[in-house]
Design a protein around this ligand. Structure first.
Ligand code: SAH
Length: 273
């Protein structure tokens, strides 16, 4: 079980910018993140805990709890709250999550993934999380640029793209809270947002088709501002494109960025078949 946090605070090491280190200091936001799925989760995994700002709270919930942190300097900080077997000091991108969950005996439990995501690897990590089906809930902090691609919290138009379709196909997403730069030390240059994810019991696209869908989305959104009929011509026969668009009452002169989620998924089903 987790340790009781010690009262003596270690001083924080200097932040490593290359690892996207911005430490949360706003207690209100920390509380909101840590309360998000505490009543539903059966196990918690945190990616990039750093010195343990969220860990300190999450460790007290009495659930199986494991962290993966790349920066080995944080080992001694995490030791304050966790036992050795709960701490993995490794690059999360190199950890095969399903195997990790099995090793930690939490496979089959409703896993809640929590992360203040390192900016530069937020997208590839998220794509891995989507595919790890033991993860049922996620509470993820993103910088605005990535957050906008996952959930259009700031933009109201032209937000459609690959990441949004991938996320929404497998999870229901909502904005938990917008986070200003001052909530972190050191403050990043841009706003951030915490987005909360609940895995759909029945995904909009079968998980076995994840790679196929990803490939289709790359084609569809490779040139978001061009007429979509023209873009898709490199991949599909013109008559199949016309037939698919006609059946949905859509024009091939539209740009992919203005399509709805339903349209994108319908086009995927029609063009792929
Ligand atoms: N959770 C803390 C720290 C967030 S900063 C907080 O909210 O305050 C992002 C964290 O991700 C840092 O601790 C950084 O070292 C870690 N990190 C960066 N790249 C990583 C990777 N590839 N794998 C695991 N952790 C990584």
């Amino acid at each position: 079980m987790s340790k009781v946090p010690s009262q003596t605070r270690l001083e924080l090491p200097s932040p490593d910018k290359s690892l996207g280190q911005h430490f949360l200091r706003d207690q209100n936001i920390i509380q909101q993140i840590c309360h998000d799925f505490k009543d539903q989760a059966e196990a918690i995994v945190e990616i990039g805990p750093g010195p343990g700002i969220l860990t300190e709270h999450l460790a007290l919930m009495g659930l199986p709890y494991f962290v993966i942190e790349k920066d080995t300097r944080f080992g001694v900080y995490l030791d304050q709250f966790l036992n050795k077997d709960q701490i993995t000091l490794d690059d999360a991108l190199q950890v095969e999550l399903s195997t990790f969950f099995k090793e930690k005996n939490i496979s089959g439990k409703k896993i809640w993934l929590v992360s203040n995501l390192p900016y530069n690897i937020a997208t590839p990590l998220l794509v891995n999380f989507l595919q790890a089906t033991d993860i049922k809930y996620m509470t993820l902090m993103f910088q605005k640029e990535v957050a906008d691609k996952v959930f259009p919290f700031a933009t109201t138009k032209n937000f459609m793209g690959s990441l949004l379709v991938l996320c929404q196909s497998f999870f229901e997403c909502n904005l938990l809270v917008k986070v200003p730069p001052g909530a972190f030390a050191p403050p990043p240059k841009v706003d951030s947002a915490v987005i909360t994810f609940v895995r759909r019991e029945i995904p909009l696209v079968p998980m076995a088709e994840f790679r196929t869908l990803e490939k289709f989305l790359r084609q569809m959104f490779s040139q978001r501002r061009k007429q979509i009929g023209g873009v898709l011509k490199s991949y599909y026969k013109p008559e199949i494109i016309k037939e698919s668009f006609d059946s949905l009452g859509l024009s091939t002169t539209l740009r992919s960025e203005v399509l709805t989620l339903e349209h994108v998924l319908e086009l995927y089903r029609k063009l792929r078949s």
